[in-house]
Design a protein around this ligand. Structure first.
Ligand code: G3P
Length: 217
């Protein structure tokens, strides 16, 4: 399973990248706005900076909702850097645009996916990635990881190449369960990635080893 970081914060991207385990980055308009990035030039520059920091796919989301608007925006985003993946919402015009991008060699990430039916449409349109939002499904007292399992099974049985990118990750257990479920990618906030490091027995064991090591000197 590939690890992407789900943020537009450059310090967090750098910290995750320095671990040596980062495969890519996803952003969305909420995450970009949180960093105070405004205006087309600043937005494009920010995507370029991220692409130059991380050697892997970087999802940049379109803001338009019509076929023509999404295609125009996506073409511009794809020109920023070869690693840009155009992130397109799961709407009717979004599916049409994903098919257009597929036919024109532009990578896509179909976002805001909450059902297997939506994931089937994304794969049929040739999306590079499909992004089910598992945390938001959990928020509605459903099990988001079950949806990952279902989509993985469907894609495997149909031989579809779209990668299942588990998004809206809220904690380290989500990451573990997505790996069990066969997700191709997990896009995570930095605290969830760092949370994987934690175990009290590791801390207790290390403390003891360091104490005993003093007797070896
Ligand atoms: O990748 C999608 C993600 O950013 C949404 O996360 O926590 O806002 O549901 P969240």
């Amino acid at each position: 399973m590939k690890f992407f970081i789900d943020t537009a914060n450059l310090d967090q991207i750098r910290e995750a990248n320095d671990l040596g385990i980062l495969d890519g980055v996803t952003t969305n308009p909420t995450l970009m706005a949180k960093e105070g990035i405004k205006g087309a030039d600043a937005i494009n520059q920010h995507y370029l900076t991220i692409c130059e920091m991380v050697n892997g796919p970087v999802s940049a989301e379109v803001l338009g909702t019509t076929f023509e608007g999404i295609v125009e925006e996506g073409k511009k985003l794809a020109k920023i850097h070869k690693n840009i993946v155009v992130k397109v919402p799961m709407i009717k015009d979004g599916i049409k645009a994903i098919k257009w991008f597929t036919d024109n060699g532009i990578q896509t990430n179909c976002t805001l996916v909450f059902s297997a039916g939506q994931a089937i449409l994304a794969a049929k349109a040739g999306a590079t990635y499909v992004s089910p939002f598992i945390g938001r499904i959990d928020d509605g007292s459903w099990d988001g990881v079950k949806l990952i399992e279902q989509i993985v099974n469907i894609y495997n049985s149909q031989g579809w190449m779209t990668e299942v990118l588990a998004a809206s990750i809220r904690n380290p257990l989500h990451i573990v369960r997505c790996a069990e479920a066969g997700a191709d990618v997990c896009t995570c906030p930095l605290p969830s990635i760092l949370g994987l490091l934690k175990h009290p027995l590791t801390d207790i064991g290390l403390e003891q080893f360091l104490k005993d090591a003093k007797n070896m000197q």
